[in-house]
Design a protein around this ligand. Structure first.
Ligand SMILES: O=C(O)CCC(=O)C(=O)O
Ligand SMILES: [Fe+2]
Length: 219
C-alpha cells in the first residue's frame, strides 16, 4: 500500500472522521486551487469536531497564560515588535500528549505524504503554532521565509472561528503582483501558499481571531 494511503487510513481510524476518499477530495481541493491561483484554499479542511477541540485547546492555553506574544525573525533574532504583529502563539507538539493535537498531526502527516507523492515536493518536516489575535490585533505585510533560513517551503493556516462576519475584519490579505486577495478566517478553512513567494498580512481584527499556523519544511 502506498505510504500516503496508509497514513490516510491511520488518520481516518484515529480520528474516526472521514473516509479516505473524502480526505483525498479535500487535499485535492487545496492542491488544485494552489496550482491554479498560487493560493490553495480548502473549506472544511478541519472537520467541525476537530476544529472545536483545537479551539478549546487554544482558549485553555490562553486562560492558563501559556500563550506568548509572537516575535518576528528566526530563533536567533527574535524581535518582539508590537507595531509589526500583535498575535500570541503556542507551539503544538506531539510531546504535549493532547489527543486532538495528535489527530491534527496525523492529518498533517497524511497531507504531507499526499503532497509529496502527488507533487514531488520533498517535504521532510513541519512546525505549527496556535495563534490568537485579540481584538485590535494584526500582522503587517511580510514574507514567511527568512533571509538566512530557507527551510520553510509552504505556509499553511487553519482557521478556528465560527460565524465569522464581514464586519469582524481580520482577513488574510495576500499581495499578488497585480491584485489583492482577501480571505476570511472562516472555521475549518485551510490556506496554503509558497512561503518565499507571496507577501501577506493579517488585517486588524474586531473580535478574537484563532488559528493554527505553520510551515512545511525541507532540511
Ligand atoms: O493568520 C493568518 O491568516 C496569517 C498568519 C501569518 O501570516 C503568519 O503567522 O505568518
Ligand atoms: Fe505569514
Amino acid at each position: 500500500m502506498p505510504l500516503f494511503k496508509a497514513t490516510l487510513i491511520k488518520y481516518w481510524q484515529s480520528a474516526s472522521i472521514l473516509p479516505v476518499s473524502q480526505l483525498e477530495k479535500i487535499f485535492n481541493a487545496l492542491i488544485d486551487s494552489f496550482i491554479d491561483n498560487k493560493v490553495g484554499i480548502a473549506e472544511n479542511f478541519l472537520n467541525e469536531a476537530l476544529a472545536a477541540h483545537l479551539k478549546e485547546n487554544l482558549t485553555g492555553l490562553f486562560h492558563e497564560k501559556m500563550m506568548r506574544s509572537a516575535g518576528t525573525g528566526n530563533d536567533t533574532l527574535v524581535v518582539h515588535n508590537k507595531l509589526v504583529r500583535s498575535d500570541m502563539i503556542y507551539w503544538l507538539d506531539r510531546s504535549n500528549n493532547n489527543p486532538y493535537e495528535n489527530d491534527f498531526f496525523d492529518l498533517m502527516d497524511s497531507f504531507v505524504s499526499y503532497l509529496n507523492s502527488s507533487c514531488y515536493t520533498g517535504i521532510t518536516g513541519y512546525e505549527f503554532h496556535y495563534s490568537l489575535y485579540e481584538k485590535g490585533s494584526f500582522y503587517k505585510k511580510h514574507l514567511d521565509q527568512f533571509g538566512n533560513n530557507l527551510s520553510r517551503q509552504y505556509s499553511m493556516i487553519m482557521y478556528l472561528n465560527s460565524d465569522w462576519q464581514e464586519d469582524d475584519g481580520g482577513e488574510l490579505r495576500i499581495h499578488h503582483p497585480d491584485h489583492l486577495q482577501n480571505i476570511a478566517p472562516v472555521n475549518g478553512k485551510s490556506v496554503f501558499f509558497k512561503s518565499s513567494e507571496l507577501e501577506h498580512e493579517v488585517m486588524l481584527t474586531n473580535r478574537p481571531r484563532m488559528s493554527i499556523t505553520g510551515w512545511l519544511k525541507i532540511n
